[in-house]
Design a protein around this ligand. Sequence first.
Ligand SMILES: Nc1ncnc2c1ncn2[C@@H]1O[C@H](COP(=O)(O)OP(=O)(O)OP(=O)(O)O)[C@@H](O)[C@H]1O
Ligand code: SF4
Ligand SMILES: [Mg+2]
Length: 341
Amino acid sequence: MTAASVEQRREPIVSVRDLQVRFQTSDRRATVKAVDGVNFDVRRGETFGIIGESGSGKTTIGRALVFLLNPSAGAILHDGIDPLALPRREFQNHRRDYQIIFQDPNAALNPRMTILASVLEPLELARIGSHTERERQAREALERVGLPQEFGERYPHQLSGGQKQRVVIARALTLKPKLIVCDEVVAALDMSIRGDVLNLFADLQRDLGLTYVFITHDLAVVSHISERVAVMYLGQFVELGPTEEVAERPLHPYTIALLSAEPRPLPSAMRQESRIVLQGEVPSPIDPPSGCRFRTRCPHAQPLCTECAPEWRELKPDHWVACHFADRPNFRTTRNTGEAP
Ligand SMILES: Nc1ncnc2c1ncn2[C@@H]1O[C@H](COP(=O)(O)OP(=O)(O)OP(=O)(O)O)[C@@H](O)[C@H]1O
Ligand code: SF4
Ligand SMILES: [Mg+2]
């Protein structure tokens, strides 16, 4: 790769600034702060992982990135522009470049439509090219995801889970996106075929120059596919950095606990010697704790953690963290003695 293309690769394709997404509860009496002040860039051509427990806000960020929902505050820029400022028609065209794929392929495929018709549908809706041209593109997309042509005439119930997820990927590819948000895309698949589907994503990225945002609660998936990873807790990022760096030298107590709890075989550097069991439940995003949101479960919490929210800071090059004490030596082994670590 030339110096210029390396530089180009580092350019953000998506920039997220002070993003907030709030929902009203069904009785309209309270507000869920699902995403509450998140900042990051996704670089062109990379796979950016987001991990975190259930309810931490991962899907909400993913849906906001492709404007399936609008930010309550803050901004999301695509290639430096605010898509919400575009005229309606241009906005609709623009959105084709930013696709999202979810966990359950059954929800994405109409059981009464053939596979070919499903893959064709986004092209038909966008009215791109002639019908013959659209069908050629749809068949090409099926081939690209490794499905034989005769699958085009089948119905979803005649395919396995992995094959259905390939169809969903083909459907997204027909619109030639620049970026795909992949939300738990292998979570529903058998362990035996997860690797194949992850490899397909890697091949497509290499061949088509795609950028991915890969959302998962599975550390093994993130370590397999992502160059950088963000760790999410209760609507906020607590750590962000190169995946290997975060896995080998985590800076935030929550990341350290997550890594220690991972039951599956991980690279040796990702395994902790002793398991850290977090105390207490995840607090409600309706009324999150003051100061640091993790303080109610953090083994290192100090009075300062209740009073002030930690700054989001770049503690090492490209490695960001939100913890008052993450730069103290021996943080990983410090016990909660009531003294600052
Ligand atoms: N449409 C909605 N209306 C109200 N609350 C919502 C809505 N969508 C999400 N939430 C709430 O926002 C918070 C974040 O949800 P989100 O689905 O983004 O979490 P997640 O990290 O993707 O979880 P999981 O790992 O279970 O998929 C949760 O508390 C959830 O209940
Ligand atoms: S700021 Fe305090 S409570 Fe939050 S993670 Fe750091 S030590 Fe724990
Ligand atoms: Mg989710």
